[in-house]
Design a protein. Structure first.
Length: 706
């Protein structure tokens, strides 16, 4: 492959392009480890091009000449004229012809791509492929933008509540617009980082002039809970006697309603965000959205007029609608972050807010130690039968499975897809956040090479899992993987593996709180100087403490266990996780799905940054399918999980003819499919699919099984 501008591949954090000798153009995101191939009929010679001609922000651009571009999969395509006016959008089974003119073509690929072209255009799409044809050999400028977004600066604050308010007020400076389009995740930038210090330093950052303020008592809990709403509205937090949302038009809204402050703030954010998603269809992306069509008759809203109104007027119109009118259509929220209201927790707020998480500061309840009350001891007949079949757990030693002083907490769960705990103690039914993990994510080393997977099996009796996962990782032809398998490592060899750079470590063997069991003793991860592993699965007993040590010394995210696990159940979990991660599921949703496949699923926990993906998903989201039989027909339900390149506000469309776009990512239904229609759809991807409650893989389902 040729390299553009003479720079080494992966030398910086911006996307770049490669030109394979066989033809086409590959866009590479060296931070998110994403690649996307634009095929061309003949080899092309890319030349660097300016980015100023694009109406939308791009990080880099090249110019090529070609008569057509073919995509490896069907993605959402939007075509605009030279003035930016939307002309058409295309998905599966599309056919569009446009006369000669100047166009911008937006491709919602794993790396955001834009094409500038002056030519006639023909768009053709089947269920699996998409092709863009031009009027003969044509100059095409291709621009790329990474979904990775760095914070612009670091704000320092004291623990004083008024200083915390001013620090959180800077979050809105990261918004790329205050129009309803800020409901798109790509138009919400990463808030500035926050550090505790001796004095306030706002790094010159100010929120946008949105005309909105949020008055709050000087209470740390309230400040934390209001942070996502303040960010989304570009609002300042100011001291006041009662929690109020105020606009410069005189509009006021009580944030301490009948359900209490936390729930009222949550509902306010969801309501404003959701109605922005409907209003934005009058703007740059005028597509047919399921939720708007379902609700428009019940809402007395002039969306076209609202789009051009001020934020203050939009808020007044939005919040006049009872939440109950919208509730059934508001999208399932991605994440709730449960925050211990200590001053140090403010450092995690930018990362929670970047996910547009709901923040709660309710006191968690104490939970029993899983090591002394877990599935091995209390799981009943099912576990006992598994133990008789399998004969052993993955514990490295007998005796106490937890150190004295370990505390476990159980946050009050809500309806969000994912739950995260920020604070002291080990959470039950939520992931364990770590500020070090998120900082490591921001400092992730760029690389344009293969996705590196390291499998370590330090016990020959566990070869069943090793052999299976070695076949799973890297089976996707369109992505370059390099999988290495290590066996029976010594402490020195394992230390070398943990210190070397790799994207993912799948460890099989024995672990306890004191270390990894090796051929010549134990290796304690707390003694490591640095860790080069980005993400990991420590599929062994009681691996939590060692996993947290990996996070502290350089890793970004991982999956660990809280107590002893039976070998047969660990194999089941390991197999399922390997396939889900290979399909592009991030750590946290991958574990949520895999838990249901084992009687010991609750013994597993995500630590660090659970949004990290090992491989890019085949589409914008990673999809879980449910198939139900219905009087000779079939009902298909989608649950779409956000990846590193999506977030709240992403449009989702099922890959079936005449499907609408959806804002929601949960329970998108296609009812009354025939067997032929279902079998035409299932092989399009290798998605996890539940049939009769059993997890299968869509590419392996045979019509005779239905």
């Amino acid at each position: 492959m040729s390299e553009l501008d003479g720079r080494p591949r992966g030398a910086d954090k911006e996307p770049f392009f490669e030109a394979p000798e066989g033809g086409g153009l590959v866009a590479v995101d060296p931070i998110e480890r994403h690649r996307y191939m634009l095929s061309t009929p003949k080899p092309v010679q890319p030349e660097p091009a300016p980015t100023d001609d694009f109406r939308f922000p791009v990080d880099t651009a090249v110019s090529i000449r070609t008569e057509a571009i073919s995509l490896p999969s069907v993605v959402s395509v939007h075509v605009r004229d030279g003035d930016g006016t939307p002309l058409c959008e295309a998905e599966h089974f599309a056919f569009e012809e446009l006369p000669a003119g100047r166009y911008t073509i937006e491709l919602s690929a794993p790396i955001k791509l834009y094409l500038l072209v002056e030519s006639p255009i023909t768009l053709r799409a089947t269920a699996e492929t998409m092709r863009i044809e031009f009027g003969g050999s044509t100059a095409v400028v291709v621009g790329a933008r990474s979904h990775h977004d760095q914070p612009a600066a670091t704000v320092t604050t004291t623990s004083d509540p008024e200083d915390l308010m001013r620090a959180v007020s800077t979050f809105g400076s990261a918004l790329k617009t205050t129009s309803p389009e800020r409901s798109f995740p790509t138009l919400r930038g990463h808030p500035p980082l926050v550090e505790l210090g001796e004095e306030l330093d706002l790094a010159g950052l100010e929120p946008p002039d949105s005309g909105v303020v949020i008055e709050l008592p000087t209470d740390r809990r309230m400040i934390f809970v209001a942070a996502p709403l303040a960010y989304y509205l570009g609002a300042r937090l100011v001291p006041g006697d009662e929690p109020l949302l105020q606009a410069d038009t005189g509009f006021e809204y009580d944030l301490d309603g009948p359900l209490g402050f936390e729930r009222t703030v949550e509902r306010t954010l969801k309501q404003v965000f959701f109605l922005d998603c409907l209003t934005r269809t009058e703007g740059l992306t005028p597509v047919r959205v399921h939720e708007r069509e379902a609700l428009e008759g019940d809402l007395e809203l002039d969306f076209a007029g609202l789009y051009d109104d001020s934020l203050a007027d939009q808020l007044e119109a939005y919040l006049a609608i009872p939440f109950e009118t919208l509730e059934a259509h508001v999208p399932k929220w991605k994440l709730t972050t449960h925050v211990e209201p200590t001053a140090s927790s403010v450092e995690m707020l930018p990362f929670a807010v970047n996910d547009l998480a709901i923040v709660r500061c309710s006191d968690p309840t104490s939970a029993p130690n899983p090591a002394t009350s877990g599935a091995v001891e209390t799981g009943g007949a099912a576990v006992a039968e598994s133990a008789r079949r399998d004969g052993f757990t993955r514990s490295a030693s007998s005796g106490s499975v937890a150190r004295s002083g370990d505390t476990f907490v159980e946050p009050e769960l809500d309806g969000s897809l994912e739950q995260m705990w920020v604070g002291e103690g080990t959470p039950v039914n939520a992931s364990k956040a770590s500020i070090e993990a998120y900082r490591h994510r921001l400092d992730r080393t760029p690389t344009a090479g293969d996705i590196e997977i390291t499998v370590v099996c330090n016990d020959a009796t566990m070869d069943e899992e090793r052999d299976f996962i070695n076949e799973v990782y890297g089976e996707r032809d369109e992505l370059p993987f390099e999988v290495s398998v290590e066996r029976e490592l010594t402490t020195t060899e394992l230390k070398e593996v943990l210190s070397s750079r790799t994207d993912f470590l799948h460890y099989i063997g024995h672990v306890d709180p004191e270390g990894f069991e090796c051929a010549d003793g134990k290796l304690d991860a707390t003694t490591l100087e640095s860790v080069g592993v980005d993400a990991f699965l420590l599929n062994a007993c009681r691996s939590y403490r060692q996993g947290m040590a990996l996070i502290e010394h350089g890793a970004i995210g991982g999956i660990v266990t809280l107590s002893d696990v039976l070998n047969c159940e660990a194999v089941r979990i390991g197999r399922t996780l390997a396939r889900l991660l290979n399909c592009g599921f991030p750590l946290r949703p991958a574990l949520d799905i895999a838990r249901d496949e084992s009687i010991m699923g609750e013994e597993y926990l995500v630590v660090g940054d659970g949004t990290l993906s090992i491989a890019q998903a085949e589409s914008l989201t990673a999809n879980l399918l449910h198939v139900e039989r219905n009087d000779g027909l079939f009902d298909l339900t989608f649950s779409a999980y956000h990846t590193s390149r999506t977030g709240m506000g992403t449009l989702v469309v099922p890959h079936l003819d005449d499907s609408e776009y959806h804002i929601s990512t949960e329970n998108i239904r296609e009812n009354g499919l025939t067997q032929n229609e279902l079998m035409d759809f299932l092989p399009l991807s290798d998605a996890p699919t539940k049939i009769d409650g059993k997890l299968r893989w869509s590419s392996e389902i045979d019509a005779n099984e239905l």
